[in-house]
Design a protein around this ligand. Structure first.
Ligand code: AMP
Length: 278
């Protein structure tokens, strides 16, 4: 496995790769878990060369405490990637990707960014798009792999790829979960065993919606708000029922597999997001 910390050396290496190679790209912020590895596996399946980036992107954090607390385990991550047959890792310092004082670019994603993460984390998607655009330009992958766990981000990246007029194919990968349903997340390392049990309530709520779809959106939303608020260890930030493509609020179910229910909630001060596609 090749490891690069400088984009110059990485691009030099990539230029030397045979043109016929399909390059698969998996961007991550590290503290890797089986969710990330499922993206690596998918890339290995679909591409000739898999490149994973490990970079905690400062411009996508609207909260400096969150950024400071973000878990970091580079050595462990590298060992895991090697074991899982990743070919190339790009783990740069901030200065390799951003000029001094550089801030996120202003993108326009229209209504897609006007709900959920877009309003609760102001500037978040500008930061995400800024770094993904940089990566796409440096790496020029054939395919890039993103998790459905961050469903709004996935749709934003698809919109970004369109705006960039690139031929990079954006591939979505289903959410990996613990046995109790809790979506794997780097932030889970900040939770105790009992916090994790509490947090699994988020997925149970999503399953409740799946199993009671005929109740309709208005009733389900009320039920979930009441259910989650009855558990004093979870603080619900939002629950939204949206169209999967547009990320816009819906009042009635759209066609099968075109609906997403998205939740953000705090457990023990840790912000968790999850969703289900119905
Ligand atoms: P992150 O390191 O949190 O920025 O995530 C990097 C990529 O891994 C993103 O495309 C995420 O959507 C994806 N990812 C994170 N958690 C999971 C999960 N539990 N299952 C599948 N993909 C995930």
């Amino acid at each position: 496995m090749k490891i690069f910390t400088a984009k110059k050396k990485l691009t030099h290496y990539l230029q030397k790769l045979e043109k016929k190679h399909l390059i698969g790209f998996v961007p991550t912020m590290g503290a890797l878990h089986e969710g990330h590895i499922s993206l690596i596996k998918e890339s290995n399946k679909e591409c000739d060369v898999t490149i994973c980036s490990i970079f905690i992107n400062p411009t996508q954090f609207n909260n400096s405490v969150d950024l400071a607390n973000y878990p970091n385990s580079l050595e462990k991550d590298l060992a895991l990637l090697k074991k899982r047959n990743c070919d190339i890792v790009y783990a740069p310092k901030v200065s390799d990707l951003y000029k001094k004082g550089e801030v996120a670019k202003n993108f326009s994603f229209g209504n897609m960014a006007n709900l959920m993460e877009g309003i609760h984390r102001p500037g978040h998607f500008n930061g995400v798009a800024t770094i993904i655009e940089k990566f796409f330009k440096i790496i020029k992958p054939s395919k890039a792999f993103f998790g459905e766990k961050d469903i709004q981000q996935l749709q934003i990246v698809k919109a970004l790829a369109k705006q960039m007029k690139t031929s990079i194919e954006i591939i979505n990968v289903p959410t990996k979960r613990d046995e109790n349903g809790l979506a794997k997340s780097s932030r889970n390392t900040l939770l105790s065993v009992s916090d994790k049990k509490t947090a699994s309530f988020i997925y149970s709520s999503l399953l409740y919606c799946r199993d009671n779809k005929t109740k309709g959106i208005k009733t389900l939303k009320e039920d979930i708000i009441e259910l989650i608020n009855s558990n004093k260890n979870i603080k619900l930030e939002y629950i939204e029922f949206v169209n999967l493509e547009t990320m816009q609020r819906i009042e009635d179910w759209e066609e099968e597999n075109n609906n997403a229910i998205c939740i953000a909630a705090y457990v023990a001060g840790v912000r968790l997001i999850d969703n289900i596609i119905l």
